[in-house]
Design a binder for this molecule. Structure first.
Ligand code: ASP
Length: 720
């Protein structure tokens, strides 16, 4: 990272003195396909041609890459078999599980295609092609100075270009992604696969070994892998789940190398990293450190305590809430890691110094001064406004995701409002019939993780919190309720939920949602409350859109002038589009007097199990196979064991979960799934000294599949 040039240079000297080859020091870099030639892959150790990875119009490794809902994955057979993480399939496994057939806990192995089961909620996307459309978008706003108008035109243009592309080729979905805020845009065309099936999911005490204690932690021993299959209609087109569908035949699939990798080996990852925030001014980090990270992590912590309690003595409830809890916990710990990291290296101050140097650079040139003279003051003024009501914004942002009953009320209110637009009964009835299935489907999704007691406790907490907000942060709807303490908030929300049909899904569906008139006539306190929130949010949302418009232009200028200052073109922040990153299998020193090596072993897994902690329980068969030294071909001599997880200095973030880790020949040797605790701040600033990502070694995947789960059907398909 630019801010830490010194440490990069130190690392460069270190690396070239350790290895006897002219390795390129991996810089921060989630390279888009258009920038691959800038990565210097050959110099870094790639043994195949860059064109084997990506060659427009030809088939390359990128054609084996998929996006699985929010994660990444790759095809590993000509019959649509995909490898990704256990945690990426988690929600689908949870939905397929019942207390009697608990696939989450016990795992699931299909021994034939017929046994594969629907992975509800999972879809697969494949990047088909892309095209830079920055000129088309920016020329439309060249003469527009009003920030709100500017962002509206940009967003409209993005939608227009995407829908034009979809009309030209109805088999694709198109999206225009913002690469640099307000500055560059790329149109991506995607193929979508809607029928995805579970093929092989290891049991929870393998796939989630170490649980939340070990999440975002190295050393790690988690078998975070799963196998899915993509299905399409017999004519090859995308189709919803159907028995008649056939396995999808990808243009390309990755070859697995069961020999794995060694320390210091060159490796690279292709995947769909979600979001990073590296090209932002220091005030953005201040916002994270002071507001977003503490607010969200504390709120999720509270929510999860309620959700845990709700499922404590009931397996079915525990299962139903599992995905919600896991997502909250994952974000919570990531945010705490970021907070620690930000403080450890005082990143805000570092960025502030960078911005100061930029201000001096601008001030020295008449030309730059004319164009950007007020830029840094304008940025400062923008964030001052953001800070004044940051709590209120965060509170509203978490209202519906936190309190499910109010989320349900929002859906009901908006359906009611849509019906109320039609004066005639007959028309209302028609609209109702047309939409009710979709509305019920959305409601079902929310109800999946709704639990009345937990919801009441969460609402009480969030209301009491808002009641404390002052001045610009005031939430008027809550203030008007005159809660004098938490008990008053509790009494209010308990009554509102108890007396609402929302609290009883069956009654809501049969009594309120049975026809248009009963829905229009239905009213209760939760619906009234949600309406009040919505009315309060409306002017606030308009203000937030205005701010987004202002920021869009400021960030475009900020990046442009910073590139001039540093005489280089930056790599755009991650934005869920296909990227490549490279580096080496490598340990590190995260704390004083500590050095972490880059492989973990089954021995280490068993040692963790000796703690007796439930999160470190593992199948007895693992111990037996290990004691018998039944390592098969998956043994690594240097560690006298089967390697379980691996550590490397590549540049990854959320969304890279499930990404294939490839060796210098483009063969799959592992699956990425996490980062070390100290590396969570690489979303703000990448640095070789602390940025380490974690993957599951392919030798452990194969060992578990072969020796523990007897998943021979899959091993045969992938040629092992
Ligand atoms: N665990 C993350 C994910 O789910 C990966 C990461 O953030 O490094 O995508």
């Amino acid at each position: 990272m630019k801010a830490n040039l010194k440490s990069l240079l130190v690392a460069a000297v270190l690396i070239s003195s350790i290895f006897n080859f002219s390795a390129k020091v991996p810089d921060e870099g989630m390279f888009p396909l258009s920038e691959l030639s800038r990565a210097g892959l050959k110099q870094a150790g790639l043994k195949i041609s860059e064109k084997d990875i990506y060659n427009p119009g030809q088939i390359g490794l990128v054609d084996a890459l998929v996006q699985v809902s929010g994660c990444s994955g790759s095809f590993i057979s000509p019959n649509g078999l995909v490898i990704t993480n256990h945690h990426c399939a988690f929600s689908a496994v949870q939905l397929a599980s019942t207390p009697e057939h608990n696939y989450l806990e016990n795992g699931f192995v299909a021994h034939s295609r017929q046994q594969e089961i629907e992975a509800k909620g999972l879809t697969i996307r494949i990047t088909d092609s892309y095209e830079d459309v920055s000129d088309k978008i920016l020329s439309a706003v060249a003469q527009v100075s009003d920030p709100v108008e500017r962002i509206q035109i940009i967003n409209k243009k993005r939608k227009e270009l995407a829908s034009d592309a979809e009309q030209k080729d109805p088999s694709i979905k198109a999206e225009v992604s913002e690469m640099f805020i307000g500055k560059s845009y790329v149109l991506f065309r995607y193929k979508t696969i809607e029928d995805v099936r579970l093929v092989y999911i290891p049991r929870q005490d393998i796939g989630e070994f170490g649980g939340e204690t070990d999440n975002w932690v190295w050393p790690r021993h988690t078998g975070d892998f799963s196998f899915l299959r993509a299905y399409v209609a017999p004519d090859g087109s995308s189709a919803k789940y159907s028995k008649n569908n056939v396995p999808y035949q990808p243009k390309k699939h990755l070859k697995i190398n069961p020999k794995g990798v060694d320390e210091n080996d060159f490796v690279f990852i292709l995947g769909y990293p979600g979001r990073t925030f590296r090209h932002r001014p220091y005030q953005y980090l201040e916002y994270q450190q002071q507001y977003l990270l503490p607010f969200t992590s504390e709120l999720y912590d509270f929510q999860n305590q309620q959700l845990y309690n709700a499922g404590k003595n009931d397996k079915a409830i525990e299962l139903a809430l599992a995905t919600r809890i896991k997502r909250n916990a994952n974000v919570m710990k990531n945010y705490r890691g970021k907070l620690k990291g930000l403080r450890n290296i005082d990143l805000v101050k570092q960025k502030q110094q960078e911005d100061q140097a930029l201000a001096e650079f601008i001030a020295k040139s008449l030309d730059l001064k004319a164009r950007y003279g007020t830029l840094l003051q304008d940025i400062d003024a923008h964030y001052k406004t953001v800070f004044t009501d940051a709590e209120k914004e965060l509170w509203f942002n978490n209202l519906y995701s936190g309190i499910r009953s109010i989320h349900i009320a929002r859906l009901l209110n908006s359906f009611k409002d849509a019906l109320a637009k039609y004066p005639a009964k007959q028309q209302r009835s028609k609209i109702f019939t047309l939409n009710i299935a979709k509305v019920k489907e959305q409601l079902e999704k929310i109800y999946e993780s709704y639990h009345a007691e937990a919801d009441k406790n969460i609402a009480k907490h969030q209301f009491a919190l808002a009641y404390q907000f002052k001045d610009q942060n005031t939430v008027s709807t809550i203030q008007r309720k005159n809660f004098s303490n938490v008990e008053a908030a509790q009494a209010y929300i308990e009554k509102a939920i108890d007396q609402s049909r929302i609290n009883d899904k069956n009654k809501l569906f049969s009594e309120v949602l049975n026809d248009a008139e009963s829905l229009v006539a239905y009213q209760d306190e939760l619906l009234t409350l949600q309406k009040q929130f919505a009315e309060e949010i409306e002017p606030f949302s308009t203000e937030l859109i205005r701010r987004e418009g202002v920021l869009n232009k400021l960030m475009a200028d900020y990046v442009a002038v910073k590139e001039t200052f540093q005489s280089k073109n930056f790599i755009p922040d991650a934005n869920s589009t296909l990227r490549l990153t490279f580096g080496y299998i490598k340990g590190y020193s995260p704390a004083d007097a500590t050095y972490m090596t880059p492989f973990t072993t089954i021995k280490g897994l068993i040692e963790k199990g000796n703690s007796g902690d439930a999160e470190f329980r593992y199948p007895e068969a693992i111990k037996q196979a290990w004691l018998a030294k039944n390592f098969g071909a998956y043994y690594k001599k240097e560690i006298d064991d089967v390697p379980v997880n691996i550590l490397y200095n590549m540049d990854t973030t959320g969304g890279n979960s499930g990404s294939p880790i490839m060796n210098a020949y483009g063969e799959l040797i592992g699956v990425n799934f996490d980062r070390a605790y100290d590396a969570t701040i690489n979303d703000f600033a990448w640095n070789e000294s602390y940025s380490r990502s974690i993957g599951v070694d392919i030798r452990y995947v194969l060992w578990i599949a072969d020796k523990i789960d007897n998943a021979q059907f899959i091993l045969k398909e992938i040629g092992i």
